[in-house]
Design a binder for this molecule. Structure first.
Ligand code: ADP
Length: 478
């Protein structure tokens, strides 16, 4: 240990979590028809935080009917500038409540408070601000076209950035004049419920946004509901494929944001310390629970030694533990199931002969934890080089020439994001042309902005979220 930090936990006494949450349908919280509830926990302590309603097909139908009614009778008829006012109001309320939202995000998801406080919540507010600005300017977004809304959007989101993913989905949908039924992930529903309270406080007309909780079956019922005009899904490639099959032959519009196995490519002329910091940020950030995580590191052979040495030193200084502590770098794994998945893939790496280095940090006794890990001696065919691990685990490979780097980097079924580290601007541009990835960062990693579109190639999905491009899936053009 280089430094010892005194504990510095964020206070939780200002946060109010109800013992039970119902479904947010038609502008109010209603009991589920299913009469079933499930527990949501804190993955860092395994303590129960609240009971959540489990929406069945009948509940899904109620939510879709409310969204349809609100669309036809209210939202569609509003002047665009009127819709913008509500979206601005939601953005401001998220800012006002950002401290409580950050604490709840961390308690329910396990991510470090410094991330929920500095990344998730500010970006969620920024998304609403950004799309509020577009609401009355759609004719400039799509010049010389007639722009109209689509109708009811069903939106299904994962657990890695719960509030931020809700913002990515809801903000462009509302700005383009649609109404929404959103289903958060079953392990991280709490900030969605706080968002429902914000919708009420913003006086958003009832039914414009409906938020229903439940697991895969609830999501599947939403996908197959025949009065939903558009489905937007972010999650695993496996479920994404199921949704695509379920919707084939229907005229429901679909966007999918799925998995990734992003390459981070470091050339010998890169500033090594800066690159190592970027690599660390790219994979250990948010416990590697990031679909664009830089999970495959390609290092030019001539600098492999210093890079590995610095990586080893740096991951040994990462602070793993209480996510509510402001000094924590790596928090808890989101669920037991996810922890088991990570462990299984890491075991496969060892079995397949790669060499493992793991931080020797001590892990808390309760909760779900995984020490920051990297593998060297990885070959391209190893499962840890091919499959998405979605945990704090990095696979290190080498290359000699830019062509070899491109070929190896593109050699996965995915294509969500990539990173390039080099002093040479021309090389950055060349790599960006050849890498099959929706987002390419140069000399940085995991930077997001609401104005910048995000999305994948190949099995990472289709459609873009963010920016002007993020409006396109929510409008009809003629
Ligand atoms: P992860 O593996 O990251 O948990 P999933 O794809 O399983 O990702 O989950 C992402 C979201 O999709 C969650 O909200 C989950 O409840 C939902 N989901 C799971 N199965 C289905 C399904 N068959 N149809 C629709 N949504 C689903």
């Amino acid at each position: 240990m280089l430094w010892e930090y005194s504990p510095s936990p964020e206070a939780t006494d200002h946060v109010r979590i109800a013992s039970r949450y119902n479904l947010f349908i038609g502008g109010k919280f209603v009991e589920p028809h299913s009469k079933k509830w499930f527990e949501t926990i804190n993955p860092a302590t395994e303590a129960t935080l609240a009971e959540m309603a489990e929406a069945d097909a009948e509940d899904v139908d109620r939510a879709v009917r409310e969204a349809r009614r609100a669309y036809e009778k209210v939202w569609k008829k509003f002047a665009p500038s009127e819709r913008a006012k509500y979206i601005f109001r939601i953005a401001r309320l998220i800012q006002e409540k950002s401290r409580a939202l950050a604490v709840v995000e961390t308690m329910n998801g396990g991510k470090p408070i410094k991330e929920s406080r500095d990344i998730d919540i500010p970006l969620a507010a920024a998304h609403f601000f950004y799309y509020a600005g577009w609401a009355d300017k759609l004719e400039y977004a799509f010049p010389n076209r007639n722009v109209s809304s689509i109708g009811v959007a069903g939106q299904i989101i994962p657990w890695n950035f719960p509030l931020l993913m809700a913002a990515w989905k809801i903000a462009p949908a509302l700005a383009a004049g649609n109404t929404v039924v959103l289903k958060p992930a079953e392990t991280t529903p709490l900030t969605s419920m706080m968002l429902a309270e914000i919708m009420m406080e913003a006086d958003l007309p009832p039914g414009v946004v409906n938020i229903i909780t439940g697991a895969g079956a609830t999501g599947a019922a939403l996908v197959s509901h025949e009065d939903v005009d558009k489905i937007a899904f972010t999650g695993s490639t496996e479920v994404g494929k199921k949704i695509q099959r379920a919707l084939s032959g229907t005229d429901t519009k679909l966007t999918l944001e799925l998995g990734g196995k992003a390459p981070n490519i470091v050339f010998e002329d890169a500033p090594i310390d800066q690159a190592v910091e970027g690599i660390i940020n790219g994979i250990y950030f948010n416990q590697g629970h990031v679909c664009c995580a830089g999970s495959r590191l390609f290092v030019q052979e001539s600098i492999i030694e210093p890079v590995i040495r610095k990586l080893r030193e740096r991951i040994s200084t990462l602070r793993v533990g209480n996510p509510l502590d402001k000094n924590t770098d790596v928090g808890a794994i989101n669920s037991r199931a996810q922890l088991e998945k990570i462990q299984e893939l890491v075991d496969s790496g060892v079995e397949e002969g790669a060499e493992m280095f793991q931080s020797s940090c001590s892990l808390p006794a309760k909760g779900f934890w995984f020490a920051p890990t990297f593998f060297t001696g990885v070959s391209q065919s190893n499962r840890i080089a091919q499959e998405e691990i979605f945990g704090p685990v990095l696979s290190v490979l080498t290359f000699r020439t830019p062509e070899e780097a491109i070929e190896k980097a593109n050699n996965t079924p995915y294509g969500l994001s990539a990173g390039v580290w080099t002093e040479k601007g021309s090389r950055i541009l060349k790599m960006a042309q050849k890498l099959r990835a929706g987002v390419i960062w140069a000399n940085t990693y995991n930077k997001f902005d609401p104005a910048s579109p995000f999305g994948g190639y190949k099995e990472s999905g289709f459609g873009r979220e963010g920016g002007l491009h993020g409006l396109a899936p929510y409008v009809k053009l003629s």
